[in-house]
Design a protein around this ligand. Structure first.
Ligand SMILES: [Ca+2]
Length: 482
């Protein structure tokens, strides 16, 4: 006869075995998700996308192990709207978040139009991908740039268990410890919270990676699937990098090359090393195989100059223009997706996609079920990821930027891409530009007069779409004088 004590320990052992089995099963069923979001990294800034001066061996290796998209769009040409859209699956125009948070507070008052209303904070009622994943048992962490509102709207209110380093600001005062000060972005004192125990010389991209590795270690030890949203500040301004890396790229500088900014190149080197360190840690913990790893950027490369610099930050050539513009250089971004199980290694996809699509794609690939009706501004990319021949189920891509921008000089506008035709409509004077992206990928030849039927059709489609999503429009400025 089994004594009560032995019976007790048998029951404890059985219980532990069942719990461990359940944990393993849920871990396999729900792959980990690592989403590395660079800030202002242009569509031609990675070597795998054609960069000639930068060095990105680790990100290139990710592309060699996954699927690289050659026509990925950010849903907006600036930070906040893309981030909000990526996390919620809704178009920035539907969210009424169309400019970066600080820019929503006050627009220029001396221009022909007063900028459209745009929210500073992502409303709490919006349900992020982190909320769905958290409800399914994922450990969720947002490390780095947030830029979706004040403290009452920080990552912890949007489904993240862990929030490190995020604020409502779009950029740190400096990339070097203690990451604080005033003057670069006006007189406001800026800081990066939760990174206090650092040392002089410590670099922000490295430190955010350290924090990301802590999250991975913690989740792996707890045997929990995790969602790591690692939103680096790099390579956004201020253009600052580690001195040794800058010296290396200064030595390598060649004026025959397209990219020629050694500090920016050094910032990208650190970003690349971050991806390598995260991948190595996943590998050494034996969980890389069961991880969905996504690398992308929130808008096109910035072609203005940082303070004190005499050269542009980057170029998106052959794509026209850059951050803040509705030309391809402002909207197109790198996108690499390494699937769990490491399928479809080294493949490319030429179908246009938009980062809003990542919301549904992450939920489908993580096998997270929801009774909610999910927003349909984005589509599930699983089919395209697994079959290169499949077209995107959505044929038209809409953009709405009812604001001004400084470099390049940009006036409020909207755009639609339908097939290979792309129309840009400028709201100040109703001017239209129509491009055939297949023949003219750098948008040099305006076909609006040559193809008036297409221009009119796309303009009507754009207006109808704005009505459907409730897009906010700029208003005429009664005080404007020519
Ligand atoms: Ca950005």
């Amino acid at each position: 006869m089994v004594s009560k004590q032995v019976y007790f320990w048998i029951m404890v052992w059985c219980g532990q075995t069942l719990v461990a089995a359940a944990a393993t099963e849920s871990h396999t069923k729900h792959p980990n998700i690592v989403l590395v979001l660079a800030d202002d990294l242009g569509a031609r800034d990675l070597v795998c996308d054609g960069a000639d001066y930068h060095e990105t061996p680790h990100i290139d290796q990710l592309a060699a192990q996954g699927v690289r998209f050659t026509q990925a769009y950010a849903p907006a040409p600036v930070c906040t709207p893309t981030r909000a859209s990526l996390l919620t699956g809704k178009h920035p125009a539907r969210l009424h978040m169309t400019i970066w948070s600080e820019g929503s507070l006050a627009g220029p008052t001396n221009r022909k139009l007063l900028q459209a209303h745009s929210l500073h904070d992502l409303p709490l009622a919006e349900k992020t991908v982190a909320e769905y994943l958290q409800a399914s048992g994922y450990l969720t962490a947002a490390i780095g740039k947030w830029h979706l509102g004040n403290a009452a709207n920080f990552p912890e209110t949007q489904g993240f268990d862990i929030g490190i380093g995020g604020t409502h600001w779009g950029a740190p005062e400096t990339f070097f410890f203690p990451y604080r000060g005033a003057g670069r972005f006006g007189q406001e004192f800026r800081y990066v919270p939760h990174l206090e125990f650092g040392k002089p010389g410590e670099y922000l991209t490295d430190r955010l990676t350290d924090e990301a590795l802590r999250v991975i270690d913690f989740a792996a030890k707890a045997k929990r699937p995790f969602f790591l949203y690692l939103a680096h500040h790099a390579p956004h301004t201020p253009i600052e990098a580690k001195p040794d890396d800058v010296a290396y790229f200064e030595r390598k500088l060649d004026h025959q090359l397209r990219h020629r900014n050694p500090i920016y190149a050094a910032m990208i080197k650190s970003l690349d090393e971050s991806v390598g360190r995260v991948a190595d840690r996943l590998e050494s913990l034996g969980i890389y195989e069961n991880t969905l790893f996504i690398f992308t950027s929130d808008n096109g490369g910035y072609i203005g100059q940082d303070r004190k610099q005499t050269m542009p930050v980057t170029t998106n050539w052959p794509l026209r223009s850059g951050k803040g513009s509705l030309y391809e250089g402002g909207l197109r971004v790198p996108l690499i997706v390494r699937l769990p199980g490491n399928e479809h290694r080294g493949e490319t996809r030429n179908q246009p996609v938009v980062l809003t699509d990542l919301f549904r794609t992450m939920l489908v690939l993580s096998d997270v079920e929801s009774k909610d009706a999910l927003p349909d501004d984005g589509v599930d990319l699983t089919g395209i990821l697994k079959s290169g021949a499949r077209p995107n189920s959505r044929e038209e891509f809409y953009f709405h930027y009812p604001h001004y921008y400084h470099a390049p000089r940009m006036t409020p506008a909207g755009a639609v891409r339908s097939g290979n035709l792309k129309l840009i409509e400028y709201f100040e004077d109703n001017r239209l530009e129509l491009f055939d992206l297949a023949r003219d990928p750098n948008e040099e030849t305006n076909l609006a007069l040559e193809l008036p039927g297409d221009a009119q059709r796309l303009q009507s489609r754009l207006a109808a779409w704005r009505d459907r999503v409730g897009a906010q429009m700029p208003k005429s400025n009664p005080k404007f004088k020519n």
